[in-house]
Design a protein around this ligand. Structure first.
Ligand code: PLP
Length: 368
C-alpha cells in the first residue's frame, strides 16, 4: 500500500501544544476581541521582530492593504512588486485603487532582483515597493531598502512566509517602513484560522494602523482616519499565537533540518534546490525547480506524495490582473519560475518516514 504523505499537517505541526488550554483561558476571561491575549501577543511579536510596534489584523491580505492605506497609497499611485508571489500584494493594491508595476526576480532566490528594481526605478517613480520574502527566504533586503531610500520610496516587507528569518541579527519585518505578516495555519507561525499583523517602528504609523483596523477610530466612536474598517484577530487566535511564539525558532530549526536532508539527498539531480539554508531561510516551503515539473508532480502523486505549485500563474497573467509591466519588459525569470517550481512537504513535525518517502520518490523519478 502506498503511504500517504500530505503536504502539511496542522496536528503534526502543533504536536505538544495544549490548544484546549489556550481556548479555556480566553473563555474564563470572557473577553473575545482586543483583550489581554491580543495585547500580550502584539508586545511579544513586536519584540521578537525587533520593532517598536505590532498591530494585529484579521489576515495577511488585510495587513498589506492597511499598510498601503497607512502610507497613503491610493488611486493614481504606483507600487512595484514581483509577480510570482501568489497575487496577495496585487489584491491589496486593487483594494486601495493603486496600480501594480511588476519587476522581475533573481532566478536564484526567486525574490525581487535588486538590479531589476534599480533599472525600473530609473524609469518610474512608485510610491512604495512591496518586497516579498518568498518561501521563507529573505530577499536581498538591505540592498533593496537602500535603492528605495535613494529615491524616497517606502518599502513594505511581505513577511507572510518568513517569520523569524534573519540577516545580520535583524529579523524579517524590521528592515522596511512596515512589515506585514499572515498567521494562516500553514505559516511558520500559524493560528487555528485567519490572523495577521503589521509591524513598524514609527509611532505615528502604528497609531494610524491601529485606527485603520478598527473603523478608523482615533477613540471609540470617533471616526478620525479615512479608509478604516473592521480587521481584528480574536482572542482565541491571539492565545494560540502567544503559546506558539516561544516555539517558533525551534519549529524553524525543524523546517531547516528537513530542508537540509532534502538538499543532501538531491545533490547531483537535475533539480534547482533552494539557494540557502542559513538564518535567512526559515524553510516555509522547500521549493525545487525542474524542467519536468508537471511530470514530477504527477509521479509523486502516484507514490502518495502531495506536492504543490507556488505559484503557477504570474500576477500580470491572472484573469483579474490590473497591473502593468514597464514598456519593453517581459519578466522572463518570473515566467520561468512559475513554469518550473514545485514545493515538497516541509513543516515542523513532518514524520521522518514521510521525509524518506519524499526522497525515495524524487530519486526514483530521476532514475527511471
Ligand atoms: C506571501 C504572502 N503574502 C500574503 C498572504 C496573505 O495572507 P492571508 O492568507 O492571511 O490573507 C500570503 C498567504 O497566504 C502569502 O503567502
Amino acid at each position: 500500500m502506498v503511504q500517504a504523505v500530505p503536504f502539511f499537517s496542522m496536528q503534526a505541526a502543533n504536536q505538544g501544544l495544549d490548544v484546549q488550554a489556550s481556548v479555556a483561558r480566553v473563555v474564563a476571561r470572557d473577553r473575545y476581541l482586543l483583550g489581554e491575549e491580543t495585547r500580550a501577543f502584539e508586545q511579544a511579536f513586536g519584540a521578537y521582530c525587533g520593532v517598536a510596534h505590532c498591530v494585529t489584523v484579521a489576515n495577511g491580505t488585510d495587513a498589506l492593504e492597511l499598510a498601503l492605506r497607512a502610507l497613503d497609497v491610493g488611486p493614481g499611485d504606483t507600487v512595484m512588486l514581483t509577480a510570482n508571489a501568489g497575487y496577495y500584494g496585487s489584491i491589496a493594491l486593487q483594494l486601495v485603487g493603486a496600480r501594480a508595476c511588476y519587476v522581475d526576480i533573481d532566478p536564484r532566490t526567486m525574490t525581487l532582483d535588486p538590479q531589476a528594481l534599480a533599472h525600473a526605478l530609473k524609469r518610474c517613480k512608485p510610491k512604495a515597493v512591496i518586497v516579498t520574502h518568498l518561501y521563507g527566504q529573505l530577499a536581498d533586503i538591505e540592498t533593496l531598502c537602500a535603492l528605495a531610500a535613494r529615491d524616497g520610496v517606502a518599502v513594505i516587507e511581505d513577511c507572510a512566509q518568513s517569520h523569524g528569518a534573519a540577516q545580520g541579527g535583524r529579523r524579517a519585518g524590521s528592515f522596511g517602513r512596515i512589515g506585514c505578516f499572515s498567521f494562516y495555519p500553514t505559516k511558520n507561525l500559524g493560528a487555528l484560522g485567519d490572523a495577521g499583523a503589521v509591524v513598524c517602528s514609527d509611532a505615528a504609523l502604528a497609531k494610524r494602523l491601529t485606527a485603520l483596523r478598527q473603523y478608523g477610530w482615533g477613540r471609540k466612536y470617533h471616526n478620525d482616519v479615512a479608509g478604516g474598517r473592521n480587521s481584528r484577530i480574536d482572542e482565541f487566535q491571539a492565545a494560540v499565537l502567544n503559546d506558539k511564539l516561544g516555539h517558533l525558532d525551534a519549529c524553524n530549526a525543524q523546517r531547516r533540518e528537513a530542508a537540509d536532508r532534502y538538499h543532501a539527498a538531491f545533490a547531483g539531480l537535475p533539480l534547482q534546490a533552494p539557494a540557502v539554508s542559513r538564518q535567512d531561510y526559515v524553510a516555509h516551503l522547500y521549493v525545487v525547480r525542474s524542467a519536468q515539473r508537471n511530470k514530477l508532480q504527477s509521479f509523486l502523486a502516484t507514490r502518495g506524495v502531495q506536492a504543490e505549485v507556488h505559484y503557477p500563474i504570474p500576477d500580470h497573467r491572472q484573469a483579474t490582473a490590473a497591473g502593468h509591466l514597464l514598456e519593453g519588459e517581459s519578466l522572463p525569470h518570473t515566467q520561468a519560475a512559475c513554469d518550473s517550481v514545485l514545493s515538497l512537504p516541509c513543516y515542523p513535525g513532518l514524520p521522518r518516514p514521510h521525509q524518506q518517502a519524499v526522497v525515495a520518490a524524487v530519486l526514483d523519478f530521476f532514475r527511471r
